[in-house]
Design a protein. Structure first.
Length: 169
C-alpha cells in the first residue's frame, strides 16, 4: 500500500523537483519515514537505516537519483526526444562550478551521479525508430455480432458452431 499510495506521489515529478534546495527536499523525508514505519509497524525510535533495510526501500535522495538516471537513459536512447539536447549539453557548467550555492540543472547532476557510480551516461544504445500506427489511423476491426442475440443458456454449442461465420472457425 505504501508503494502505490504514498511513494508514487513522492516519485511523481521527482526528476523535476530534484533540483530544489536540499532543505526543501529534506521536508519530504519524514513523510517517507512515517510511511515505512506504519507499513512495518516499527516504533518511532527505530533507526531510519534499519527501516530501509527491512522494507527494501531506498532513501528519497537515492530514489530521486535512480529516477533521474532512468529518465536520462530513456531520453538518451531516443535522439528525437524533446529533452535530448537539454540533457546532452550544459552550456554554463563553469557558472555552477564557481558558485556551488546555485542549484545545478539536471544535466550536471546526472553527470556527477553517473561519475560517482561509474555508469556510462552517453554510451546508450539507441532505440529503433518504430513507426507506430495511431489508433485513429488503424483499420477498423470487423466483429460479427449476429450470435449475440442467442442466450448462452438456451442454445447448444453445436448450433452456435454451425451458425458461426467461416472466419471464426
Amino acid at each position: 500500500l505504501y508503494n502505490s499510495l504514498v511513494r508514487s506521489r513522492l516519485d511523481y515529478g521527482a526528476v523535476v523537483y530534484g533540483s530544489a534546495r536540499p532543505s526543501a527536499l529534506k521536508m519530504l523525508d519524514p513523510i517517507h519515514h512515517l510511511g515505512l514505519r506504519l507499513s512495518t509497524g516499527a516504533f518511532r525510535t527505530s533507526p531510519v537505516k534499519s527501516l530501509y533495510a527491512d522494507t527494501h526501500q531506498m532513501s528519497l535522495e537515492k530514489r530521486r537519483q535512480y529516477l533521474s538516471v532512468s529518465y536520462a537513459y530513456k531520453v538518451f536512447s531516443n535522439p528525437k526526444h524533446p529533452s535530448y539536447s537539454a540533457l546532452h549539453t550544459c552550456r554554463s557548467s563553469q557558472l555552477f562550478e564557481n558558485k556551488p550555492s546555485i542549484v545545478r540543472p539536471l544535466s550536471l547532476r546526472l553527470q556527477s551521479t553517473c561519475q560517482s557510480l561509474n555508469i556510462p551516461l552517453h554510451d546508450i544504445p539507441l532505440l529503433k525508430n518504430t513507426h507506430r500506427v495511431a489508433p485513429w489511423d488503424a483499420l477498423p476491426i470487423f466483429c460479427d455480432w449476429s450470435l449475440a442475440k442467442y442466450s448462452k443458456r438456451v442454445i447448444s454449442p453445436q448450433i452456435l458452431g454451425r451458425s458461426s461465420s467461416p472466419a471464426t472457425k
